[in-house]
Design a protein around this ligand. Structure first.
Ligand SMILES: *Cc1c(COP(=O)(O)O)cnc(C)c1O
Length: 420
């Protein structure tokens, strides 16, 4: 898409308005095809470069990796189970379905994998304060958790609208010692929280690390966050070899920014016989205005420090997005997904609120597992896919988180008020 729209996209993400000169000569590193890069104001360049240098050093440091491995296993509870959903498999009558249980991790989602990696890196860099954006509050809770564990200060930026929708998570973050700042600009949701966190990082780069919650933002974030989440596919591969003696035929994961999905895909990207499916939130339908299905409806642009695909209006402004799931309610997608989509290595499918709610109820009743409504998007697609495959084939579905946080909203969706 047109250079003009890209410039508009930047102006909209106010903090980047001053970045226009850099935008013409993006950094060569951190590219996935044409996507990715570092479209940031000069004032952030130092912080991003310092982070890139530190990550490049520590990612190959055996002591760093041993410490991270210890935290993942003994604090977060890894490896997570790969569970054979036998009742669901028999009921659907097609491919064997395995669930990768990221919902069993400490704090209830995959977010902790990334947060522990970044918090440890920040500590090694001598930082004493973590800041983060959060939408539904899951990433904020994970970051506040790591800050408590590492004795670091913590400030979480959250859209004002989201603080009202997710009061319990706001309470948890404060209980863990974090300062939660409600952001009232724009639509007062996730993208505005990202803007505010970037602005705060610019103001205080000396002692502060910005712990981004998904595979988005300027390089090195999309690569670094992917590496920290890749533990998911590393384990799936080992567990499938042990359980089935072969690779899965398909892997399905939901996509907001795309961190649990890229984590689930990563070690299979070079195994072309494994089909990869990212499930986007279509909201009330990808053909309706109430959607967050970025790859189905979006176009190329520049926002939040990266070139990727975004939901945009006819002027190239970032479009308001909607999904029943606050965790998938982001108007963009990580640049590596934009690239995998472009080259056709992964397929991205829109799943509506209704389909996700049906899958949420189905898994609860069939297997006794209440999934996050985000994860239910992946499950809804896997349920259709399984029926088209035969019984010798296998599907792995990543259950990115647990559904406790969603029960009140789903009850409301179904017309019941449980006063949460
Ligand atoms: C945050 C979140 C997501 C969406 O984020 P990705 O970066 O796309 O993984 C999905 N599921 C759960 C449970 C989450 O908390």
């Amino acid at each position: 898409m047109k250079q003009k729209s890209q410039v508009h996209g930047q102006v909209h993400g106010q903090v980047h308005a001053q970045a226009a000169p850099q935008a013409a000569t993006p950094h060569k590193k951190g590219r996935f095809g044409a996507f990715g890069g570092q479209y940031i104001p000069e004032t952030l360049m130092y912080a991003v470069q310092e982070l890139d240098d530190a990550y490049t050093t520590y990612k190959n440091d055996p002591a760093f990796n041993a410490e991270l491995h210890n935290l993942l296993n003994n604090y977060a509870g890894r490896p997570s189970l790969l569970y054979y959903a036998q009742k669901m498999t028999e009921d659907l009558g097609g491919a064997k379905i395995y669930l990768k249980r990221e919902d069993l991790n400490h704090t209830g989602a995959h977010k902790i994998n990334n947060v522990l990696g970044q918090a440890l890196l920040a500590k090694k860099m001598g930082k004493t304060r973590l800041i983060a954006e959060t939408g539904a509050g899951q990433h904020g809770v994970a970051t506040a958790t790591a800050a408590a564990l590492f004795n670091m200060q913590c400030t979480i930026f959250m859209g004002k609208h989201d603080t009202e929708r997710q009061a319990l998570n706001v309470y948890k973050m404060r209980l863990l010692g974090a300062d939660v700042r409600a952001v009232s600009s724009g639509t007062a949701t996730l993208k505005d929280a990202v803007n505010e966190a970037l602005r705060e990082w610019t103001r205080r780069i000396d002692d502060t690390h910005y712990c981004i919650g998904s595979v988005m933002g300027p390089h090195p974030f999309p690569t670094m966050v992917r590496d920290f989440q890749a533990v998911i596919s590393k384990e799936i591969k080992e567990q499938m070899r042990a359980l089935e003696g072969k690779l899965p035929d398909a892997v399905c994961a939901c996509v907001g920014g795309g961190s649990n999905a890229i984590g689930s895909f990563y070690h299979f990207i070079n195994d072309p016989q494994v089909a990869l499916y990212g499930c986007e939130a279509a909201g009330r339908g990808a053909d309706s205005p109430d959607t967050a299905a970025t790859l189905t409806t979006g176009s190329t642009g520049i926002f939040h420090g990266m070139k990727s695909i975004f939901c945009q209006d006819t002027y190239g402004q970032i479009a308001p997005v909607y999904s029943i799931s606050a965790g998938l309610d982001y108007p963009g997608i990580g640049p590596e997904h934009a690239y995998l989509h472009e080259i056709g290595r992964a397929h991205y499918v829109p799943i509506t609120d209704t389909q996700a709610v049906d899958a949420f109820e189905y898994l609860s009743k069939t297997e006794g597992i209440i999934p996050a409504i985000e994860s239910a998007h992946a499950l809804a697609f896997a349920m259709q896919l399984a029926k088209t495959m035969d019984k010798t084939q296998t599907i792995v579905v990543t259950i990115s988180g647990r559904g406790d946080k969603d029960c009140a909203a789903i009850a409301r969706y179904k017309g019941e008020d449980i006063h949460d």
